[in-house]
Design a protein around this ligand. Structure first.
Ligand code: BGC
Length: 824
């Protein structure tokens, strides 16, 4: 056998594709959030005027590595038609489309020219950071209105963002354009019902249209390949919306703390100071009493629910809360119950409240009741005290608040603690935190509530201590046997990836369109190569490719921006018409923010399972997802790839998706980007400066939940520095916290080319437990060899990294199907 691939030579739609399309539809339905409704929705008639940039060119996801190449996506126009809507604004849409195509053509030429010059500039990232942004703005005319013959208009605003660049606070990105405002104003004053649909990966500014009386606003987000159908079903009332926001939306951007200090807005492009400290998202709005436009956890339904508190039980430090949810309206629907805790505000300043649990009901019929049970551990209410390096539960009253949104809760019970309790004791980190201004909160008043008071026995919390010195990992003896046969050079081949574009090496286990692979040169020593491919909105591989001789041939590019690659490269990689075509169709699921907006644990697991089936089919071992950084600012270019401003919710979403993906033996997630990748501009050189408390309580917390509850097999470090140390070289986060405190025993890998231009150091990565250098370069190999010689890196450290990787390769999904000796 020479090579195996999951790509096939027929383009017919497979059963798996059909099944996964259904899951993509379910996820899209649950990720849509209804933000405003004056009764216009659900629509009573199916005749609508459809306008706006996203009507036909609906954006299904973000750009860059977060893109997915699906067979086809249902745009909003087609979705409405599929569901029997009549669209009466065809003329406007045709003119729009004509202009769009023209702008696209001009943009392409401009970008192509830039692409051809890029070789000289040696800066391919320029192309990534400048995805095609098409703003076409034809105004809606009197004739459009008159000819539309309906009382209902839908206006779709769309925006796209992606890695390597942050969103602009300009009129064509975070804000609405002048023409969009004019158009929305025009239709709102003409039609009885005006429905605004926001087709964007995270929040955007609506301040400029606050004076316009819209009938309804929908945060459609970016919904993958079934978005159009899902939206049509929500509009018609076929399905009741049940998504809720995972971020707070400000009234205006300036409401954010230190708003002008974010990313490109300030002079210093090398330091990002996290002035707001732990007060991210609702932790800020609630503590500092700032009114958000839409609060965290908010979303409307077409029916009403009543949440009736039943009971709180305390068992040791574990709390169980029971509530009845009754559908008191006239349509069936699902409700999300959220539980928040306000901890006593004493020596350690606290956020007003934090999310500790949630539960989503099944679809309840009118009058139907479901009991929702939420459990959490009081230990998760502790705060990190920097001076002692301990998580502490301070004495006092812990107030439990339950409701259907962070700003719509009732106090249901309190848990009283008579003395301070140390939950865990941690090593002092070696990173040096510079002095910079940190937002200080004012002390809250204590309030009394007439609700049941339970008492937490301080002795039920046993202080956790970590043994940082004698930490040991168990290795697979079969992996050890392979390692023992390897030369030093071969061990280095194991830890340094075998390159970026698939097919170039060439690998024997071949997945066109993956972005990395492990070594292909050790088949004779018992190791197959495994492939790594992107997410998080699906499995990003190539739909159509060809393979001839030793070279892969591309028929289309894996990412949009790659179409601007210089001709000299394109001519080399593009397929020849006579080559045999290989097909792979993977599903485009909603983006991570949308998935999180479902607040549906079962759905997350189902999406993970669906992904793992595609990985299995196309021979992908590592999925480079979930992405789980915190939405610190709405302008972060990658927010769509991440879940939320809240670490607990992010951790839960990632944990359930991990559970789904890893339910297929040997298929692995790679949670990323560890950590503090909260801005994209200058991401290779930017130093995220933050307190150790904010690092632990906010930016690492989601990763911690996921690692502890679902044991993800791999983790990717980020490009940035954390308090002066490159994340890929950071012993504090990788060794002390991730491995020794949380017990992570999988593979840590770098983000792609993060050792370039002397950013992170390859040998330091291996030394601190960052095992796999991706996608792998000659420079990485040279530096590791040198470091071994100079004794800056020991053989034991190299062995440890290699062993972790070998263990995962020999237990991978592909190694279970193919043996190294099956290949020539
Ligand atoms: C991104 C990663 C991605 C990798 C491989 C990098 O530019 O930051 O998220 O997994 O490329 O495509």
């Amino acid at each position: 056998m020479k090579l195996v691939t999951g790509a096939v030579n027929t383009s017919e739609e497979s059963l798996l594709e059909k099944q996964n399309r259904e899951i993509a539809y379910k996820a899209a339905i649950e990720g849509i959030v209804l933000l405003k409704n004056n009764g216009a929705l659900p629509l009573t008639n199916k005749k609508v005027a459809l306008y706006g940039a996203g009507a036909i060119n609906t954006i299904k996801g973000g750009t860059g590595s977060g893109e997915v190449n699906e067979r086809y996506s249902v745009n909003i126009y087609d979705g409405l038609k599929n569901r029997g809507f009549e669209i009466t604004s065809q003329n406007w849409l045709d003119i729009y489309q004509h202009e769009y195509d023209e702008v696209k053509r001009i943009n392409f030429e401009k970008n192509k020219e830039a692409g051809n010059n890029i070789l000289k500039a040696k800066n391919m990232m320029w192309l990534v950071a400048n995805p095609e942004k098409i703003v076409v703005e034809n105004l809606i005319t009197e004739d459009d209105l008159k000819n539309s013959d309906t009382d209902t208009a839908i206006y779709v605003v769309s925006r796209q963002a992606g890695e390597a660049g942050d969103r602009l606070l300009s009129n064509s990105d975070y804000n609405l354009t002048e023409n969009e405002i004019t158009n929305i104003r025009t239709i709102a004053s003409y039609y009885k019902n005006t429905i605004l649909v926001l087709n964007v990966g995270s929040s955007m500014d609506l301040n400029s249209i606050d004076d316009i009386d819209l009938s309804a606003v929908i945060f459609f987000c970016q919904q993958g390949e079934e978005g159009g159908n899902a939206l049509a079903d929500i509009l018609s009332g076929e399905v009741n919306p049940s998504g809720k926001l995972t971020d707070s939306w400000p009234v205006k951007y300036e409401d954010l703390p230190y708003h002008s200090e974010y990313s490109y807005m300030k002079e210093d492009k090398f330091n990002e100071e996290y002035h707001e400290d732990i007060y991210v998202g609702y932790r800020y709005y609630d503590t500092f009493k700032v009114e958000p436009r839409f609060p965290f956890g908010y979303g409307l339904s077409y029916t009403d629910f009543h949440i009736h508190y039943l009971d709180t039980e305390l068992n040791g430090s574990e709390v169980t809360v029971k509530l009845n949810v009754k559908n008191t309206g006239e349509r069936k629907g699902k409700e999300i119950v959220q539980l928040y805790v306000s901890a006593p505000d004493k020596m350690i300043r606290k956020e007003y409240q934090r999310l500790v649990g949630f539960g989503k009901t099944k679809e309840l019929e009118p009058n139907e009741i479901e009991t929702v049970t939420i459990t959490f551990d009081m230990k998760d209410c502790a705060s990190f005290e920097e001076s002692t390096s301990q998580y502490i539960l301070e004495s006092g009253s812990y107030i439990l608040r339950a409701g259907n949104c962070s700003r719509n809760t009732n106090v249901i019970s309190t848990i009283e603690l008579s003395q301070d309790v140390v939950v865990s004791k941690h090593a002092k980190l070696s990173m040096k935190v510079d002095d910079f201004e940190i937002l200080e909160s004012v002390k809250r008043n204590t309030e009394e509530y007439d609700v049941p008071h339970l008492t937490l026995d301080p002795s039920s919390v046993v202080t956790k201590e970590f043994d940082y010195d004698t930490y040991e990992e168990a290795f697979d003896p079969n992996a050890k046997m392979i390692l023992d046969k390897l030369t030093t050079k071969e061990k280095i081949d194991v830890v340094v990836g075998a390159g970026f574009i698939s097919g170039f090496v060439p690998e024997k286990i071949y997945t066109p369109g993956t972005v990395g692979k492990t070594t292909v040169s050790l088949y004779k020593k018992g190791l197959v190569n495994v492939n790594l491919c992107d997410g998080p909105a699906g499995v990003r591989i190539l739909r159509r490719s060809a393979y001839k001789g030793k070279m892969p041939r591309l028929i289309e590019m894996p990412m949009e921006f790659m179409n601007y690659f210089p001709d000299i490269i394109m001519n080399r990689v593009k397929a020849n018409e006579k080559d045999e075509v290989l097909y792979q169709y993977a599903t485009a699921f909603p983006v991570a923010t949308s998935l999180a907006q479902s607040w549906n644990k079962e759905l997350w697991t189902n999406v993970g399972e669906a992904v793992s089936k595609e990985m299995d089919k196309y021979l992908v071992t590592y999925w480079l997802a979930p992405g789980m950084n915190i939405h610190r600012n709405p302008l972060c270019g990658r927010n769509f790839e991440y879940y939320s401003e809240d670490p607990f919710l992010s951790g839960m979403a990632a944990a359930h998706i991990t559970k789904g993906v890893q339910s297929t033996p040997g298929s692995y997630v790679t949670i990323k980007h560890f950590a503090c990748n909260n801005q994209e501009d200058n991401r290779d050189y930017r130093n995220s400066k933050l307190s150790v408390r904010a690092l632990r309580e906010i930016y690492l917390k989601g990763f911690e939940y996921c690692v502890k509850s679902s044991k993800p097999k791999a983790l990717m470090t980020s490009y940035n520095l954390i308090n002066g140390v490159y994340a890929m070289n950071c012993k504090d986060t990788i060794d002390t916290i991730l491995r020794k405190e949380w017990g992570f025993d999988g593979v840590v890998m770098t983000d792609w080319y993060s050792t370039k231009d002397d950013c992170g150091r390859p040998e330091v990565a291996v030394k601190v437990g960052n095992d796999m250098l991706m996608p792998g370069t000659k420079h990485d190999k040279k530096e590791i060899t040198k470091a071994l010689k100079d004794k800056r890196l020991t053989m034991a450290e190299l062995d440890r990294a290699a062993l972790r990787i070998i263990t995962q390769i020999i237990n991978s999904n592909v190694a279970q199907k193919y043996k190294p000796e099956d290949f020539d």
